[in-house]
Write a new protein. Structure first.
Length: 118
């Protein structure tokens, strides 16, 4: 089982990034997917979630209207499109897969760094 995030980097305020999380080793379409982030010196924060088929999404208030979560079950990948980035979005972003039929079964990726700075 593996979740591998990519797409992080350094971006100026107001810029955009698209994160990807590639899953392998499990039935991706049976899992809810979530993005989390952890900023330096802060607790991990939930960012966004998407249902197993992609029909339902939800966002933290801090990113609503700026970030969009999506998934492609044929590619075993979940995405996080981040627009109008702000310095406070700087964090390590990680994806989490949660089995819909058993919420105690989940997997984490290792994270990708996003830095928003001029």
């Amino acid at each position: 089982v593996q979740l591998v995030e990519s797409g992080g980097g350094l971006v100026q305020p107001g810029g955009s990034l698209r994160l990807s999380c590639l899953a392998s080793g499990f039935t991706f379409s049976s899992y809810i997917m979530r993005w989390y982030r952890r900023a330096p010196g802060k607790e991990r924060e939930w960012v966004a979630r998407i249902s197993s088929r992609g029909a339902n999404t939800d966002y933290a208030d801090s990113v609503k209207g700026r970030f969009t979560i999506s998934r492609d079950n044929a590619k075993n990948t979940v995405y996080l499109q981040m627009n109008n980035l702000m310095p406070e979005d700087t964090a390590v972003y990680s994806c989490k897969a949660i089995l819909t039929s058993s919420l105690n079964t989940f997997y984490w990726g290792q994270g990708t760094q996003v830095t928003v700075s001029s």
